[in-house]
Ligand binder design. Structure first.
Ligand SMILES: Nc1ncnc2c1ncn2[C@@H]1O[C@H](COP(=O)(O)OP(=O)(O)OP(=O)(O)O)[C@@H](O)[C@H]1O
Length: 721
């Protein structure tokens, strides 16, 4: 198509497909192997959909001319965009799918009306072309993204491939300013796309940068998992930049992995242009290799993801040391005036952070009327040297918990937490992430649920990095498989997994223990309802907790300036009205009680005996290292060790006892749980349960229970109020 031709968009079905003769060796199976090709057509992906444009001149000609016009002759200028389209995996296309595309349909074929043909054409385009198009080889248009800035085709192709046709609110507000180099403090709810809000401008700088030796950005995250996730998010988005570029251009630097290997990789040309690091490991590297200080002092952008967490606890000291080293080196090399761009993001710039920062400085306690973010920023500016006063972008000014999260509460006796976790997962067999405040509880709950034949995986901070990542992968794989069977899959974690982790498809978050602070609650609950999806967050607490920690938590969550809240919700809600009680089917709880108790005993045995073995091995190893014999009486003499040992021994079972309980539990688990226990016969009562069973309708493991979706159950309940 020559440049000065105007082009018009045409449907796939209106294109002049040309059959390609298939060699005689292949039986043609009624065209199933029929290859079709096109030329003189410009392919473009707009808003994620494949479109075809041909020159206006070509569409106005006769059938005969069009077919020759479609074949560029020697002297006609062949536009680089003219393409022969060959679709890979042709045999993936179901038979007849292309029949809509071929213009020379056989005589007597049923000619569907226009609307029907259009619908078929759209279906064909989506099934065949969008599913098969290789985004890195076609031109992409994403108008809503391109309105934010002049993006490279690499970024647009990456966004198209990921299916992100529209930016989220925090992305729309952040990206234009970030591209201009401004300092930004961004706040947006969990799962709202903050990673790409700072990631896309940085990727654009990498793509457009001329000097592959100059580092572009340093991104700090509080946990290794989050660093590895941000690395894969950015690598996925910018996938096509790696052809002809060092594959370590984007890399993570975290603990738990070999520091020697990381040093070696950093020596390759073009490596580490974008670094995603945890402060501890990064500081270790800077202190070990002064040349890295000079190198990374040249960055264009510094990012603090989960900034409030990074500036709390242990991270803060490491972080300020890193900034001091880099700022000093920058001043020496490029003078006082030169400074990198700083972007800080979180879903919670919490009061706790403010009070911590204020307590170290000359700050004052925040009054209700103050603007929380402004005050936190004032404090931050005494700790972090910004290039200018950062622009505050608050994409979530009113609500703290993501609006797409439906919250609920289960009140139960302190010793019935396990039973109600089992009840919830039995009733709502989806994907569930359970948070515990203690690692011991994580271990016990994992064992408890596995005894109840509920596939459960654990991640907590005392596991090695390798085990944490492999358990996360095992969970995701199992969840993918169980989803097709409508069976539950559970991940149980300590708060190391509370922040930032973007685990696909988590439907429910359960707070087995109430979190210690409001921001932990917000981040935990934000592991569900990612992107555009919705989710459920359930707190399990005793009546005593309901009047103590829960009351405090709900009041902090429902704080924020009252006028803002009233404006947003029409009237301030009392905290009790914020959260609905999860409806409980008491007769089902009763049926689950026996098996829950047995599983709890078996889990206690498992965890205690494992721990006792570990203690013994540790004691033996310590004695060997000291070259002394361990005398069994020594333990008895040490009061603490003896007490600790007895506590664990009391939870272990004898071999026969263990076997008996396991047999008893398994025979119980083979009995179906039945809603409304009083129904003796499957065919009696209002619903014919036998019919439901045969047709596999309703619940997979509770006969007579139809609801399997917690979100719908809670929405329906909210509607009743
Ligand atoms: N423009 C977009 N359109 C659709 N999905 C998106 C878009 N941007 C990001 N996502 C997806 O939304 C999910 C959440 O993104 P991300 O992890 O960046 O959220 P976040 O705000 O950083 O969350 P958290 O506060 O928990 O760290 C991810 O699965 C991401 O791939």
């Amino acid at each position: 198509m020559s440049r000065n031709d105007k082009s018009v968009e045409v449907k796939a079905t209106d294109l002049k497909w040309k059959k390609v003769d298939v060699p005689d060796t292949l039986d043609d199976f009624d065209g199933f192997y029929g290859l079709e090709e096109l030329d003189g057509v410009n392919v473009k992906v707009v808003d994620g959909k494949v479109t075809f444009t041909v020159s206006e001149q070509a569409t106005g000609e006769t059938e005969q001319d069009q077919s020759t016009a479609a074949i560029p002759n020697d002297d006609a200028e062949v536009d680089s965009s003219d393409e022969l389209i060959e679709f890979k995996n042709f045999d993936d296309i179901k038979e007849g799918e292309l029949s809509v595309a071929s213009s020379d349909s056989e005589e007597g074929d049923e000619v569907s009306d226009d609307a029907g043909a259009d619908a078929d054409a759209d279906e064909l385009t989506s099934n065949v072309f969008n599913a098969n198009v290789n985004f890195s080889e076609v031109e992409v248009e994403l108008p809503d993204w391109q309105a934010l800035g002049d993006f490279s085709m690499t970024t647009l192709q990456g966004l198209s491939k990921l299916g992100y046709t529209k930016p989220t609110e925090i992305q729309s507000k952040t990206i234009p300013l970030a591209l201009e180099g401004h300092d930004i403090m961004g706040k947006a709810s969990t799962g709202s796309g903050k990673t790409l809000a700072y990631g896309i401008p940085i990727l654009e700088n990498l793509i457009k940068g001329k000097d592959s030796a100059r580092p572009v950005a340093l991104i700090f995250t509080p946990t290794r998992e989050l660093a590895s996730q941000v690395t894969s998010h950015l690598t996925n988005l910018g996938e096509s930049i790696f052809t002809g570029r060092n594959k370590f251009a984007i890399m993570s630097l975290t603990g738990g992995l070999s520091i020697q290997k990381q040093e070696r990789v950093l020596k390759y040309d073009g490596s580490g242009q974008i670094i995603i690091a945890t402060p501890g490991r990064f500081l270790e590297l800077l202190e070990k290799r002064s040349d890295l200080v000079a190198r990374f002092a040249q960055i264009e952008t510094l990012v603090l993801d989960e900034a409030d967490r990074l500036l709390q606890d242990g991270h803060f000291d490491e972080f300020t040391k890193i900034l001091k080293l880099l700022s000093q080196a920058r001043r020496e090399k490029e003078g006082k005036r030169s400074h990198w761009q700083t972007l800080i993001f979180s879903a919670t710039f919490s009061l706790d952070l403010f009070n911590k920062l204020a307590s170290n400085g000359q700050g004052h306690t925040l009054k209700e009327s103050d603007n929380e973010l402004e005050e936190v920023l004032k404090q931050l500016m005494t700790k972090i040297h910004f290039k200018e006063r950062p622009t505050i972008i608050d994409a979530n000014p009113f609500d703290k918990v993501n609006m797409q999260v439906k919250e609920a509460l289960i009140e139960c006796a302190p010793l019935e937490r396990d039973l109600y976790v089992y009840y919830f997962i039995s009733m709502f067999p989806g994907t569930t992430l359970i948070f515990c405040n203690a690692i011991d509880s994580v271990k016990k709950l994992t064992s408890f649920l596995n005894f109840l034949r509920i596939p459960s995986f654990q991640i907590h901070s005392s596991m090695s990095q390798k085990n944490r990542l492999s358990n996360l992968e095992k969970y995701e794989k199992k969840a993918q498989f169980n989803k097709t069977l409508h069976k539950p899959t559970v991940l149980i974690a300590s708060d190391v997994a509370a922040r930032g982790l973007d685990i696909p498809g988590i439907q429910h978050v359960i707070h087995y223990h109430l979190p210690r602070t409001a921001d932990v609650y917000i981040h935990r609950s934000g592991r569900t309802a990612r992107g555009q999806s919705e989710g459920v967050s359930v707190m399990i607490c005793s009546p005593q907790e309901a009047m103590g920690p829960l009351r405090k938590l709900r009041k902090v969550l429902s704080s924020g300036s009252e006028s803002q809240r009233r404006q947003k919700r029409g009237r301030g809600l009392k905290w009790q009205k914020d959260v609905s009680l999860l409806p409980i089917e008491v007769d089902i709880v009763r049926q689950l009680k026996g098996r829950s108790q047995l599983a709890a005993e078996l889990a206690n045995h498992d965890v205690s005996s494992t721990s006792l073995n570990k203690d013994e091995n540790w004691l033996k190893k310590a004695a060997d290292d000291l070259g002394i014999d361990v005398d069994s009486d020594d333990e008895k003499k040490d009061v603490y060790l003896a007490k600790n040992r007895n506590r664990k021994l009391n939870k272990t079972l004898g071999k026969d006892e263990y076997k008996m309980r396991k047999l008893e539990l398994n025979s119980m688990l083979d009995q179906p749980v039945r809603k409304d226990m009083r129904k003796k016969y499957l065919t009696g009562g209002l619903t014919n349960l036998a019919d439901e069973l045969v047709k596999k309708r309703g619940h997979g493991s509770i006969i007579g229970q139809s609801d399997t979706d917690a979100l719908e159950t809670l929405k329906r309940r909210k509607g009743k109020k």
